[in-house]
Design a binder for this molecule. Structure first.
Ligand SMILES: [Zn+2]
Length: 282
């Protein structure tokens, strides 16, 4: 436990994989761990983005080991032992529930992962110190191996293309619906005109008039039905949400949303504007 003193543990949904992501800043470097399977954490749990210091909630450990859970954003929901909280003192035995669908997790399970992360970091540091202490070879440079990290953005091309195809499809659907709704007026006008002319042209023309009336009625009811059952706003919101989750820096320590930068531009930029990691296309 001592190694968690004075640390802040960020907790939230892992962008993309939707596991519970635990992030701790250890000596200026963000260390990550996860709990659960892919897609085990639903969207009512806010994303954990250590690069932006954002998460669903956090556990603050004081220099004496006292712990406090803090709900980071008003829109988030964090429960401690069944009660909705803004911030609350907790012990390892407390149970957290996150989001309106109440993803359950024990404080002690979060602490276990957090300890592992911090220990792994310390071991690596000791190893490095040992290495540089025993170092006789002038060519070895054990320091700052993290800085040269490069990550493939190949997967983002499909995310970008799929998202834009989805938006286009949505637009087309809206246009088609507009067209059908627009048929009502011309159909009624023409059918009235034809009905009027039928008196002089003969009763056969009346069928044309009835047909157009029927068509206008179909257009009217179809349009009304579609308007009442319209979920394009929700669909669009979900698409955007998924896009923000998936169109993000491939460096797991960053995961920053790339914004609406087209894939072509990402490719030209060659590195992440947030964490400066190198982009490759392997
Ligand atoms: Zn990045």
């Amino acid at each position: 436990m001592n190694n968690l003193y004075n640390k802040t543990i960020l907790i939230g949904r892992e962008p993309g994989a939707n596991r519970l992501l635990i992030a701790i800043n250890v000596d200026g470097a963000v260390k990550l761990g996860t709990i659960g399977e892919n897609d085990s954490v639903n969207r009512s749990v806010s994303r954990c983005r250590p690069g932006e210091n954002m998460a669903h909630c956090m556990i603050e450990v004081s220099n004496t080991g006292a712990m406090k859970v803090v709900n980071i954003n008003d829109a988030n929901m964090t429960y401690v032992d069944g009660a909705l909280i803004e911030s609350k003192r907790v012990t390892a035995d407390c149970k957290l529930e996150l989001g309106c669908e109440k993803y359950p997790v024990k404080v002690k399970d979060i602490l276990a992962v957090a300890k592992e992360i911090v220990l792994a970091k310390q071991e690596a540091k000791q190893e490095r110190n040992a290495q540089s202490g025993a170092q006789t070879n002038a060519n070895s440079k054990p320091k700052q191996a993290d800085d040269a990290d490069s990550f493939s953005i190949k997967g983002l091309e499909k995310v970008w293309n799929d998202h834009n195809a989805d938006l286009k499809r949505l637009q087309k659907e809206q246009k088609r619906l507009g067209l059908i709704k627009g048929m009502y007026l011309p159909c009624t006008l023409v059918s009235s005109a034809v009905g009027f002319l039928a008196s002089s042209l003969g009763s056969g023309v009346m069928f044309v008039s009835y047909f157009l009336y029927a068509l206008a009625a179909v257009a009217l009811f179809y349009g009304l039905y579609k308007t009442f059952t319209d979920n394009s706003l929700e669909v669009r919101e979900k698409l955007n949400d998924e896009f923000i989750d998936n169109y993000s820096c491939p460096n797991p320590k960053c995961g920053h949303f790339m914004g609406n930068l087209p894939y072509k531009v990402l490719r030209q930029n060659k590195n992440c504007p947030y964490c400066r990691c190198k982009f490759t296309e392997d």
